[in-house]
Design a protein around this ligand. Structure first.
Ligand code: AMP
Length: 557
């Protein structure tokens, strides 16, 4: 048994449900139940006077207090205009998500009888852009944790899958249909060595919620038919909440049974509807077809990278429990998809990743002490000069932690990712029309560094601003209307530069999908130029500090 004291939790921060996992002292990955003894917690937040309630009770409260309950906040991550107001206070998506994170961590600590969690790994859809990822990180920070890594949900699922399927090298497609998002990702798993994302695609506005909405629309129609009324009963917030809950329940029942009764009550009238699975599949067929065509689009991109085969399709995300999903995939790709731990694979993968970080921290710390080098200089432990010291240190870490040397060695596994978006800058073409010039293209391997030079317009220019654009295009040049402005990089130039001095700007997209921009002026002095990225879609600066302080005074249950 291990003597491991420190734990890095893995958190699957889902659109509809969240869950938390860790690797226990026996090296086993466990999903930790919440205070209500459930393995998943609804990502629903109820503003109950001075306290905040998260989970099942919040979900149930949405019927009685629809205005005080926030659901599906993940769909608004990184959105500049999303503000929820309660009791005169304004909350952004990051802060509301931070309550969900606190709830799952608090409950996990209580269950395990520990306290003082510092580090967490949080997952997000592969499809998330820069601002959504940054917002996810901020949510963890506001909750009071050190977010060691944001990893993609399909990658997390592949880590779990790869840690079970021990010795076979294989390429898998991870078809991840969750509550609010659809991700399709091609991943190569080399057991104990690497997990490499080859290509990714999807839609961050397509998920189980859309299947629920179709049932809701169907129920409204049935109510109107039965009562002869033309009223839009969804305008009544109570009825609307009620129908949403009934629709999700009915959908889940239809994964098990051929039909289910649903009761609609509104304005004193009660209508009983019998919903059949076939009918449900019919009214949601186009949604499923969209996932199939997105899968083909991704395969097309993979082919461009020279990858034209895969071994298995694994299904993750709660919505893959709908039997039609596996059926359709089987029919389309002539392969038997594997329904793989749909609710828990993501949290478990994040936990395994957190555990690897913990073991690598221990190794690096000891290697640093033995060699007199700094921990941050030890990025590449494969460095041949370190071989002897590494062998010795891995033995010591194994003794200290109680894990095996082979566990410690396996924690060196490499994760190689790709970017799900293209990034560019606003430039002008030969006709002086504004264009987006992409420096980093969708599905490029990350980390990636790209440098470009531009000349200062006048002598002694004090600053220059670059508009950073995110888009889905796979081409170097695209139209500004097909891209979104994610921020401005402001270059604060030294004041003594001559006209037309070249400034070399480097875009670096790291493994986590965070964009860093550095710049250097290229006169004889070659000074680095201070760059700040200004974005209004992610909570930051004073607002972030206020949210952190406010969080300390808020009780979450
Ligand atoms: P996730 O984000 O992976 O937790 O997936 C949550 C989504 O899965 C929600 O839309 C749920 O309604 C849906 N879901 C969970 N269980 C089932 C089920 N048995 N049948 C159909 N959908 C389900």
């Amino acid at each position: 048994m291990s003597k491991q004291k420190k734990r890095i939790f893995g958190i699957d921060l889902g659109t509809t449900y969240s869950s938390i996992a860790c690797v226990d002292e026996y090296g086993k990955t466990i999903v930790i139940p919440n205070a209500e003894n459930e393995r998943v917690t609804p990502s629903v937040v109820f503003f109950d006077g001075d306290s905040i309630v998260v989970g099942d009770i919040a979900k149930e409260s949405s019927k009685l207090y629809p205005d005080e309950v926030v659901s599906f906040v993940k769909r608004s991550m990184g959105e500049q205009n999303y503000i929820y107001e309660f009791n005169g206070k304004q909350y952004r998506a990051e802060e509301i998500s931070s309550f969900i994170i606190r709830k799952v961590v608090q409950d996990a600590e209580q269950h395990l009888g520990i306290s003082g969690t510092k580090d967490v790994v949080i997952t997000c859809p592969a499809y998330f852009g820069i601002n959504e990822r940054e917002a996810t990180r901020r949510a963890g920070e506001i909750a009071g944790y050190n977010v060691r890594q944001i990893i993609n949900e399909p990658t997390a699922a592949a880590i779990t899958y790869g840690s079970m399927e021990t010795d076979r090298e294989q390429v898998v497609l991870v078809y991840d249909l969750g509550g609010g998002t659809f991700d399709i990702t091609m991943i190569e798993i080399k057991p104990h060595a690497s997990i490499e994302v080859i290509c990714t695609g999807g839609d961050h506005n397509l998920g189980g919620k859309d299947w629920d909405d179709r049932i809701v629309a169907h129920l409204v129609e049935e109510f109107q038919k039965s009562t002869g009324s033309k009223e839009d009963i969804l305008e009544d917030p109570d009825t609307c909440q009620d129908l949403q809950l009934s629709a999700e329940k009915a959908k889940k029942v239809l994964s098990q049974r051929e039909k289910t009764p649903v009761l609609i009550t509104h304005g004193g009238e009660r209508v009983k509807v019998s919903l059949e699975r076939k009918r449900f599949e019919n009214i949601t067929q186009d949604l499923l077809e969209r996932t199939v065509s997105l899968t083909h689009e991704m395969l097309h991109e993979a082919r461009k990278k020279g990858r034209d085969r895969f071994d298995d399709i694994i299904l993750v995300g709660g919505s893959t429990r709908m039997p039609i999903v596996a059926e359709r995939i089987r029919q389309e790709f002539s392969t038997e998809p594997k329904l793989f731990d749909p609710d828990e694979a993501v949290a478990k993968g994040a936990a395994i990743y957190g555990w690897k970080i913990f073991l690598q921290d221990e190794v690096k710390d000891k290697v640093a002490k033995k060699t007199g080098r700094k921990v941050d200089e030890l990025d590449d432990l494969e460095d041949i000069d370190l071989k002897d010291v590494l062998d010795e240190v891995e033995e010591i870490v194994a003794q200290d932690t109680g894990y095996t040397v082979s566990d410690i060695q396996r924690s060196r596994i490499k994760i190689q990712n790709v970017t799900s978006k293209s990034f560019g800058v606003i430039a002008h073409d030969s006709n002086d029309q504004e264009i987006v010039y992409n420096l980093i293209l969708k599905n490029n391997d990350v980390p990636i560094n790209i440098s470009r030079a531009f000349g200062t317009a006048v002598a002694n220019q004090e600053a220059a601003s670059i508009q950073i654009m995110e888009n889905e295009s796979g081409e170097t040049v695209t139209r500004p209307e097909h891209a979104v402005l994610i921020g401005n990089a402001v270059l604060n130039l030294p004041s003594d530069l001559k006209e037309n001095t070249a400034i070399e700007i480097t875009f670096r997209l790291n493994e986590e999908g965070r964009l860093e921009i550095t710049a250097e002026e290229t006169s004889e002095t070659r000074r680095s130029v201070n760059v700040t990225i200004e974005t209004r879609s992610v909570i930051q600066g004073e607002e972030l500090e206020k949210a952190k302080t406010r969080a300390q005074h808020i009780v979450v249950t």
